[in-house]
Design a binder for this molecule. Structure first.
Ligand SMILES: C[S@@+](CC[C@H](N)C(=O)[O-])C[C@H]1O[C@@H](n2cnc3c(N)ncnc32)[C@H](O)[C@@H]1O
Length: 550
């Protein structure tokens, strides 16, 4: 067992062993280390990039090799890597006690409250709960609980690294770490956002328009946090294009730039990419009782899970090859199979003619022996290929019957590229779990709901409420769709068909101009400049994530 854990930890990905480029380690150390006597912690130092930058920084501050001793403490779990760090520290005369080869959480726990630092720098590992070795996790979670935090099975290891090392800072301490950008958005980090907003009085976040660790598709941010500052309290986000821009940033300028009010709420931090006036406008809208969330008018649910699309999802050609006509049902499996804001029989036929996998194999829910010969033949083929052995299929009474097959009133995109969309369903089709299914709860005309969805306010909030990291797409859980504010059109003269046609022609801004004018300006009395600002928010945030597309 022990060897298995070590083997796992040793694999680069599982131990989260992606090392930080020198441009970042140098910048972070320059920002955080400002006095020659500060005590510095690097809680997961790998082969020592931060250690070396910290040493060089102290030298810049005039610290002699003799006085370096005792200023830096590096912790690293993997012996080989710890040895590399030790060798690098030794080049500057630091002895082997500078780097400890141990688990960070046990190190802190065994220090019995004696470990205190002025500065924390580092890039903690990114390891999901299930791969986070239990012997370390147990200690980490216990320490978090002592801080009144509630870790759970979604908690990634970077969270305890961040909060526990923060808790070891002295009164005017600084923490500067490379953190996954998901901190801004994921639910499991909501509590961490609140913790950070309360624990630090000033937070500066540096983001990059281009991915810094391109090979792992992980968007990261630099979190620069300060305890107990007296002026300029709040949060600020600095957006850089790429790493080389870091070199040209002057730390003193960063420190003087404006901050926004830091809210102590679990809300996503995407909003901090916006200007203070934009944030104020969104706040005003959130408190506007006329504007209700989607959940007031619809229920959003996931699509069906076939368990093996390769077997269940058939093109027209395959249906005919296997003679399965009459034993399939209509299904949509890709966002781009929706061309307009309505999905009609004609749309379905077009997809089918394009040989899209638009037919889902769905025989009667009967035992194998009672099914028609053509179905039995296809099922036998599936079993020969082993498609019945996957977990989702295996646990069904009849493995070939996909459950939860209902046809929704509308579809809503789960993964948004350009803009969010709600599509009325005029067929009896269902969707796979790449697309969410919607049931309307009100008597409001469905056409009105689909039109209302296409406004700048709803689009701006979608960017804030969805999640995007890595490659550009904005993703929604059903509950996140339900939270999106959706003002509804009252009586109007907008031609639904015309809007549907414009959408099919990909003229989204033309559509938004029409809906915004009627819904936001005429009916809800927002000013033109407010609507322009909302449009700008949508474009800014969508442009930001789309800029990261490969
Ligand atoms: C993302 S790497 C970063 C290394 C270094 N901080 C850098 O930025 O170049 C994370 C490091 O954390 C180490 N690590 C993983 N779990 C650890 C633990 N429980 N305690 C200490 N280090 C750990 C890994 O071995 C890996 O070297």
């Amino acid at each position: 067992m022990a060897t298995e854990i070590i083997e796992n930890i040793d694999s680069k990905k599982l131990r989260g062993g992606y090392y930080t480029p020198q441009a970042i380690t140098d910048f972070i150390c320059k920002w955080a280390i400002t006095k020659p006597t500060q005590k510095v912690l690097e809680p997961s130092c790998g082969d020592g990039n931060f250690i070396e930058s910290a040493i060089r920084r102290f030298k810049e501050l005039g610290v002699s090799e003799k006085n370096l001793f005792g200023l830096i403490k590096g912790i690293e779990l993997v012996e080989n890597e710890a040895n590399k760090s030790k060798a690098r520290a030794a080049k500057y005369g630091l002895n082997s006690t500078t780097i400890l080869n141990t688990d960070f959480f046990n190190y802190i726990s065994n220090a019995n409250g004696e470990a205190h630092f002025d500065v924390v720098v580092g890039n903690p590992p990114f390891i999901r709960y299930q791969n986070f070795p239990e012997e370390h996790r147990e200690v980490a979670f216990k320490m978090m609980e002592e801080m009144n935090l509630k870790p759970n099975k979604l908690t990634n290891i970077w969270v305890p690294f961040l909060v526990i090392s923060a808790s070891k800072l002295n009164r005017f301490g600084k923490l500067a770490m490379v953190i996954p950008a998901e901190l801004f958005q994921v639910k499991y980090a909501a509590e961490t956002r609140v913790f950070l907003s309360k624990f630090f009085s000033r937070i500066t976040i540096v983001t990059f328009k281009k991915l810094v660790f391109a090979d792992i598709q992980q968007e990261i941010v630099l979190m620069l946090c300060e305890k107990d500052v007296t002026t300029n309290k709040g949060i600020r986000v600095l957006e850089l294009n790429n790493l080389s821009e870091l070199n040209s940033i002057e730390v003193s300028k960063v420190q003087k730039s404006d901050v926004k009010v830091l809210e102590h709420s679990t809300e996503k931090w995407t909003k901090y990419f916006l200007d203070e006036t934009e944030i104020q406008l969104l706040r005003k809208i959130k408190n506007d009782t006329r504007i209700k969330p989607c959940s007031d008018i619809m229920e959003v649910d996931v699509g069906i899970v076939t368990g093996r699309n390769e077997f269940f999802m058939l093109s027209k050609e395959l249906v005919s090859k296997w003679k399965l006509k009459g034993h399939t049902t209509k299904v949509v499996s890709k966002s781009n199979h929706f061309k307009g804001i309505v999905f009609s029989e004609e749309d379905f036929e077009n997809n089918s003619d394009d040989n899209c996998p638009a037919h889902l194999f769905l025989p009667e829910n009967k035992e194998y022996s009672l099914l028609p010969k053509v179905c039995r033949e296809y099922i036998a083929y599936g079993e020969e290929m082993g498609f019945n052995t996957g977990y989702k299929c295996r646990i069904r009474k009849n493995w070939y019957i996909t459950p939860s097959m209902w046809s929704p009133d509308a579809f809503v995109l789960r993964q948004v590229g350009d803009y969010p969309k709600l599509i009325l369903n005029k067929t009896n089709a269902s969707s796979t779990d790449t697309i969410h299914r919607v049931r309307f709860k009100t008597k409001v005309k469905p056409e009105n709901i689909a039109l209302s969805y296409l406004n700048s306010l709803t689009f701006a909030f979608s960017e804030i409420l969805g999640r995007s990291y890595g490659g550009g797409v904005l993703t929604f859980e059903p509950t996140e769709i339900e939270e999106i504010p959706l003002p509804l059109l009252g009586t109007h003269k907008i031609d639904f068909k015309k809007i549907d046609t414009l959408i099919r022609q990909r003229k989204i801004e033309e559509v938004m101009d029409i809906i915004d004018k009627e819904l936001l300006i005429k009916q809800l009395k927002f000013s033109e400049s407010e609507v322009q600002m909302l449009r700008g928010i949508w474009k800014k945030l969508a442009g930001r994530r789309n800029g990261r597309k490969n």
